[in-house]
Every structure is written in C-alpha cells, then in structure tokens.
Ligand binder design. Sequence first.
Ligand SMILES: C[S@@+](CC[C@H](N)C(=O)[O-])C[C@H]1O[C@@H](n2cnc3c(N)ncnc32)[C@H](O)[C@@H]1O
Length: 276
Amino acid sequence: MNNQEQIDYWNGNAGTTWVNSQESMDVMLAPLTAPLLAAASAQTDERCIDVGCGCGDTSLQLAKTGANVWGVDISQPMLVRAADRAKSLDLKNTTFSTADASAEKFSAEHDLVFSRFGVMFFTDPVSAFRNLHSSLLATGRLCFLCWQPPGKNPWMSTAGAAIKPFMQEPATPPDPRAPGPFAFADTDYLNGVLDQAGFKNIDISPVTAQLHIADNLDDAVEFQQRIGPLARALSELEGEQQAQALAAARAELSKHMTDDGLNLGASCWLAQATAR
Ligand SMILES: C[S@@+](CC[C@H](N)C(=O)[O-])C[C@H]1O[C@@H](n2cnc3c(N)ncnc32)[C@H](O)[C@@H]1O
C-alpha cells in the first residue's frame, strides 16, 4: 500500500488552493493552533518533525521558540511556500523536505513529532505511526491535532449539508476511517492506532473554537468554494445543478451571518503520547 492517491491530490489543485489560501487559513486556524503549540511546548534546541507541514505556519512558530524544526510534506507547492516564508523570516533552524512521513527513513534522534491536521491521510495509519515512532528518542513525545466528526464541525459541514439534495448517494457508504480530514474522528480507533504503533501514555482531549470564516457573505462563499466539503461536492456537479447547489449553500451560510461576519464552530482532538 502507498499514499500515491494523496500525493497526487496534494500536488494538484488542492496544493495550489492551500498555497493561495495560506494567509487566511493560518489566521482562521489560529484559535486551534495556540492550544496545540502550548501543549507541544517545544524547547530551545529540541529536534522536532512537523508532519504534513504544508505551507509551514506551525513549523515557523515552533522554530521561533528556538527548536530545530524539520517540516516534511508530500506537496511540492506547499513546501515551496514554507521554505520561502522561512527564508524571508531568516529562520535558519528550519528544514523542509519532500517526504512521505509514513515511509521516510527517520533516525531516532527527535524530541517531538508534531502536526496540525497533517496525519489523517495515511493509507496504513498503524504502519505510518510506527514509522513516526521510530523517529523519536526514548524521551520523545507526540502531539497533534485532528478533526472531530463533521457534525461537530459546522465550519466545514454547514455548506456541504445544504447541497446534499443535489448530490448522488454513493453506491456504498463511504468508510469514515478512509484517509481524509475525519479519519481519526473516532477516539477509540485513534487510541488503538497509536497504541499498536508503540506509543505510551496516550491522551486524547477535545479542543474547540469558533473560527472566523469571513467578514462578509461573498467572501465566506468564495472561501468555502475553494476548500472543504463544499468545494469537493461542487467539483462533482456541473451547469445548472452546480449553480443551484451553490445558491443553496449561500442561502444556508447567510443564516449564520452576524455583525462580525461568519463565525462557525470547530472541534478537534488534541492527541498526545510518549515514545516509551
Ligand atoms: C490539511 S493539510 C495541513 C497542512 C498544515 N499542517 C497546516 O495546518 O496548514 C494536510 C497536509 O498533510 C500533507 N500530507 C498528507 N499525507 C502526507 C504524508 N504521507 N506525508 C507527509 N505529508 C502528508 C499534505 O500534503 C498537506 O500539506
């Protein structure tokens, strides 16, 4: 088994879209990033791997603490953005590499394996986390954020639900544990994956926040058309059907607009564990 489907996905439109949305994405995710960084508590000179580092936001923030950060990702366009940002900030304690985190040959010399939403895309999660475990010193630790189920994440599911009537029912129900944003929504399953991979002292706790999606309805619709379930669903529709679905999503989002723009709830799991 390999992650070729994900490699193609993150090097195609998805990668370019994330690069184009990088600034707004990082601002929007900040209320979730802060508790993740606090839990990771990276120290000066510690060696950290940022798994699925994407455009580098968390790698740069970890590096600012004085830690040495290695950002690994499978997406070329996102890694280019990450490296450019590190260069412009003159952060010399960062390295970015194209690497499949599930297969990269790591040496056991790292203090921290870290990720913001970059570990839910492995074809074989147990084998991938075993590989990440092999990168840690005996004193090393794991700290990452992943999403709770769609129903707990209105910021992603609200618009997607509105266009459900326009979508064809899949012939077989989708596997909720398939690689994708919600693969670790079930904590029993996640706990089992980490346990089988060799991690100890596993702790999975909720982190929630209101995310500021946009200042106005046009920007909110535009953002959700680019990233998330609405974007994916719209890509499967054409012509009049697509226009009607988009109108339904807009109407639903409009119900949630406030004087402060569109703010919707987000729920994640903060997973922490030790190597031994
Ligand atoms: C949802 S994005 C998150 C990006 C970044 N961590 C952030 O929070 O902005 C998921 C990232 O995981 C990366 N990714 C997926 N599978 C991977 C793998 N097997 N090895 C390394 N990176 C992977 C994708 O390329 C993408 O950059």
